[in-house]
Design a protein around this ligand. Structure first.
Ligand code: ADP
Length: 502
């Protein structure tokens, strides 16, 4: 017998002990013998056994006490009482205390082996049940762990998650879903869906998933408009099925696409504005070329030349527009490519003024530059600074009057270094001021009608200033000149030790 059952016989009568040993050894069991309760208990402590044949009346520890002491050590040991003093009362008492059965002396070897066999089977069953119980407990523990892990993961997701059963109850959801759909007061599962979800479009889609007989439906995607505060959600709804394909409910994943939608709108507005702005000069160029080609001018070379000059003029402004568009694109795409370093903007402004001087001289415009010495450096990209002041100073010349002047000043406060470009030009009407930094905006008045431009210079200037965490402002009155002020943060570790320049 592989791993034979181990049986202990505790009896003070040697004849009984030996008789038991003989009968059981023949069945292949491993046998241990003890002549009283104390030795018997020691044997159990030394080497546990499967079944004990135990006399009730013994010197020292009696059988009834021994039952308890043995079961304190191992409650699964089967105890069979063998005694010559069999009475119903003692039998009942012994079983009450945990004995399995009772065999009155004298007994036949067959009766003994049959009872031992039954007892061992009983033990086998008990151990098996215990093992199953333990496994089930373990599994339940794992399931509980799994459930809380899933809850934790879903709880951390930025996307909203909602799980609904066939009874139209909410069974699982996360904080993002609560925030996106403004689900108030739901902290336990089993709530009816209609009470919490007010969005009719989402309810309808859930219904169509939960009532669909079509096993091929794998997902429904739709945009949800949410009021208060206004937002747009992308909802992806999918059926939840068990391994046999039976529908159990629906899972909804929600993503906030409000920002994306806004970007999309701005993009499409920008594209249509660009198309519109490109169309006008292209149509004009085509028109001038057409009259030249049609031969309308006959042999008049001067007339032809004039028309071609006009076409060239418009193509120049078209090129300027495309260059500005490319510039905007570069700023948008190249924010990461900016090389931010401490920059002395005063030097950049002085160089720009020198560069634009011939243009200013043509209109007899004079420059005054008033920088305090030791103006702190700003944290900036040199090329961006060059573009920024090129745009602002060339505008101050372009929109100035003959014999006008331009004053450039530097100031400093506790957070920013300020650069102020003041001109004595045509100024900007109050109604135009709010739109002055918009894409393609050009003020329309008799002062500007003869001046060409793209309406993108100030857009570029603002984008540059924004990308440097600064701000740009304008103060202007029609026919009284304008002042554009740029404020840029100091470079780190630069102190504002300023002494006014005379
Ligand atoms: P552009 O000069 O190419 O038209 P900008 O974006 O630089 O484009 O300027 C937008 C509009 O703002 C100009 O068309 C003009 O009407 C107005 N503007 C800009 N700078 C000045 C200024 N210094 N004085 C008066 N008007 C200005």
């Amino acid at each position: 017998m592989e791993n034979p059952a181990h049986i202990l016989v505790v009896d003070d009568e040697m004849g009984i002990r030996e008789a038991c040993k003989r009968a059981l050894a023949e069945e292949g069991y491993a046998i241990d013998l003890a002549e009283d309760g104390t030795i018997g208990l020691q044997r159990v402590k030394d080497r546990s056994c499967d079944l004990i044949l135990m006399d009730l009346m013994m010197p020292g520890i009696g059988g009834l006490d021994l039952i308890k002491k043995v079961h304190d050590i191992d409650p699964e040991i089967i105890i069979v009482i063998i005694t010559g003093y069999a009475t119903i009362e003692t039998a009942v008492e012994a079983t009450k205390r945990g004995a399995y059965d009772y065999l009155p002396k004298p007994f036949t070897p067959e009766a003994l082996t049959a009872l031992v066999k039954r007892g061992l089977e009983k033990r086998e069953l008990r151990l098996e049940a215990q093992k199953l119980h333990h496994e089930r407990e373990q599994r339940l523990l794992e399931l509980a762990g799994e459930k809380s892990r899933i809850r934790t993961i879903i709880g951390c997701m930025a996307d909203g998650v909602l799980v609904t059963n066939l009874e139209r109850q909410l069974v699982l959801w996360n904080a993002s879903a609560v925030k996106m759909l403004r689900l108030g007061g739901t902290d336990e599962s089993g709530h009816p869906l209609h009470r919490y979800i007010k969005n009719t479009s989402l309810i309808e889609s859930l219904e169509s998933i939960l009532t669909s007989r079509d096993e091929h439906i794998s997902m429904i995607s739709e945009e949800l408009q949410i009021d208060d505060p206004k937002s747009v959600l992308m909802a992806a709804l999918a059926p939840v099925r068990d391994e046999r394909g039976e529908l159990l409910g629906a899972v909804t994943v929600l993503r906030d696409i409000t920002k994306l939608k806004e970007i999309e709108k701005v993009k499409s507005q920008f594209v249509s504005m660009v198309a519109h702005e490109l169309r006008a000069p292209l149509a004009a160029i085509e028109g001038w070329l057409e009259v030249v080609i049609s031969g309308e001018a006959g042999g008049d070379e001067t007339q032809k030349r004039q028309w071609l000059e006009r076409a060239k003029e418009r193509s120049k402004s078209l090129l300027a527009l495309v260059s500005d568009l490319l510039e905007i694109n570069k700023i948008e795409a190249g924010k990461v490519a900016q090389k931010m370093e401490p920059v002395q903007v005063t030097q950049i402004i002085r160089k720009t003024v020198d560069f634009l001087k011939p243009e200013a001289d043509r209109k007899k415009i004079s420059f005054k530059i008033k920088f305090p010495d030791q103006l702190p450096a700003v944290q900036a990209d040199v090329q961006d600074m060059e573009k920024l002041f090129m745009n602002l100073i060339s505008n101050a010349i372009k929109y100035n009057v003959d014999n006008g002047s331009i004053t450039v000043k530097g100031t400093v406060d506790e957070n920013y270094v300020g650069f102020h470009i003041k001109d004595t030009g045509i100024g900007i009407a109050e109604g135009d001021l709010p739109r002055i930094f918009d894409d393609f905006f050009r003020a329309e008045n008799k002062g500007t009608s003869q001046i060409s431009g793209t309406g993108l210079g100030l857009t570029i200037a603002k984008k540059i200033v924004d990308s440097h965490f600064g701000h740009i402002e304008v103060a202007s009155h029609l026919n009284q000149g304008s002042t554009f002020s740029v404020y840029l943060p100091y470079a780190p570790h630069t102190t504002a030790g300023v002494k006014a320049e005379p």
